[in-house]
Design a binder for this molecule. Structure first.
Ligand code: EPZ
Length: 430
């Protein structure tokens, strides 16, 4: 089992390059099988979730040619199987995007009920409601969702909750459903827009992505395209908070600053200086940060995927902060780990109440999920002494070259596999 060992206390300083957005890429890869022509996708992050989905896509018979680390060619003309293997789906939730893609293309899809990060109960009723509205019958059989239709037809769908996954899944299937589909109360996240742009570049007719009403005119077929994925705003935000928590000065490059507005606003509110450039942001923390309240909301609100990172930063800020999680029910599992590092954090219902302390001290902690894992690394970088983060397999799901990028900013962090390597690290850093 791999772990991170970190010696904290160094302010992060320098420049870091952000990769492609994992959550956009997952949907775009699934959508790429919807044509029989070859699709080229660039700026792909080389992270575990992406590699598992590519295996799942190859597993149903599509040709997957990894041109290099960040580029892949996919050809869906050779798909023989509309049933996705449980092996893949239990590892990544996003394989459910193959439901929308296969249903749109073949009018038939079989995908096991998804696994993924354990951040609370994660129903997919809105996806299924959307498929049914498009004319599919949807049943759960032997743990799998079976969606089937003689033919699909455009429909009017009002989502009961703002869901990124449901918006994208319905958008994919509706792209090949004759007639007009309207998705109301749609998610507005940048990756929803990116997937719509990708599908449009394949010949789909989608309008309004980025607003809460998306209108789709079904087309007969989709065609080849070449497409570059947008930068990952959550990876970018994670480095921005790492700069803030360590009292650093980091320029995060290859980003779309507009996508980072909620994060930038909070960083400024707690006392950081944030400078925006065309495709970069610089975060400087020159003095002790101070308290704030924050509540996670669908985009353009403060993202749930940035909730643990701000909470860690606030454990070191002066005063009492309240962090409220309104999207997922179980996203504070890192709080006990932070307590072990000396943080004063108490979870009540869907809020964490944080009394800022002057310092954290290194401890052995365990990553409970992807973003909380990254946040514990930030805590380790800001803490006095040595921190060991276990279960970093979660972090590897979504961060490419995480430790290399942190090291380039002056962090002392290493990926290790055994006690002996930890001892070696301790001896080296003194
Ligand atoms: C996506 O998950 C992301 N995952 C998550 O990122 C992210 O936290 C989340 O959106 C919110 O931004 C991917 O893109 C692969 P939702 P998703 O459907 O699509 C409820 C990360 O760390 N809901 O927008 O599964 C749901 O329970 C991950 O990168 C229903 O009730 O999230 C939640 O409360 C973790 N019924 C809310 O909606 C449904 O059918 C939002 O979920 C669907 C969702």
């Amino acid at each position: 089992m791999e772990q991170y060992v970190i010696k904290g206390g160094n302010p992060l300083v320098g420049e870091v390059e952000i990769g492609g957005a994992k959550n956009a890429a997952l949907a775009i890869l699934a959508a790429a099988i919807m044509t029989d022509e070859t699709v080229l996708i660039e700026n792909l992050p080389d992270v575990r979730d992406i590699n598992v989905l590519l295996d799942a896509i190859a597993g149903i018979g599509a040709q997957v040619d990894r041109v290099n680390r960040s580029t892949v060619k996919i050809n869906g003309s050779t798909i023989q199987d509309i049933s996705v293997d449980y092996e893949y789906i239990k590892k990544i939730r996003a394989s459910y995007y193959l439901l929308g893609a296969l249903l749109g293309k073949y009018k038939h899809a079989e995908v096991p009920l998804p696994g993924g990060c354990n951040i609370g109960s994660r129903p997919i009723d809105q996806h299924l409601k959307g498929f049914r509205a498009l004319g599919a019958s949807v049943d759960i059989r032997h743990g799998a969702i079976v969606a089937k239709a003689e033919s699909l037809r455009g429909s009017h769908i009002f989502l009961d909750v703002v869901s990124v996954g449901a918006t994208i899944n319905i958008m994919m299937a509706a792209s090949l459903a004759p007639g007009r589909t309207t998705i109301e109360n749609a998610a507005r996240e940048p990756h929803v827009v990116d997937v719509a742009n990708f599908l449009n570049s394949m010949g789909a007719n989608i309008k309004g992505a980025g607003t809460d009403v998306i209108r789709i005119k079904g087309v007969e077929r989709l065609h080849k395209t070449e497409y570059s994925i947008i930068p990952d705003q959550i990876e970018a935000g994670t480095f921005m908070f790492a700069a803030a928590a360590t009292g650093g000065d980091v320029t995060v490059k290859n980003v779309i600053p507009k996508h980072l507005e909620a994060t930038t606003a909070k960083l400024e509110e707690i006392g950081c200086e944030v400078e925006e450039f065309d495709d970069a942001v610089r975060v400087r923390a020159t003095k002790r940060l101070h308290r704030t309240h924050v509540k996670t909301l669908p985009y353009p609100g403060y993202p749930t995927d940035m909730q643990p990172q701000i909470a860690v930063t606030l454990t070191l800020a002066e005063g009492t902060s309240i962090v409220t999680e309104s999207i997922f029910e179980n996203r504070f599992k890192y709080a006990d780990e932070l307590t072990r590092m000396g943080a004063n954090i108490k979870v009540e219902g869907n809020s964490a109440i944080i009394d800022g302390v002057k310092k954290l001290t290194g401890a052995r902690v365990s990553a409970p999920d992807l973003r909380a894992g990254a946040a514990l690394v930030i805590a380790g970088l800001a803490a006095e002494g040595i921190t060991i983060v276990d279960d970093i397999v979660y972090i590897q799901r979504g961060y490419e070259n995480f430790e290399e990028k942190l090291r380039s900013l002056g962090a002392e962090i290493e990926r290790v596999t055994c006690e002996k390597e930890i001892q070696k690290f301790r001896l080296r850093v003194g």
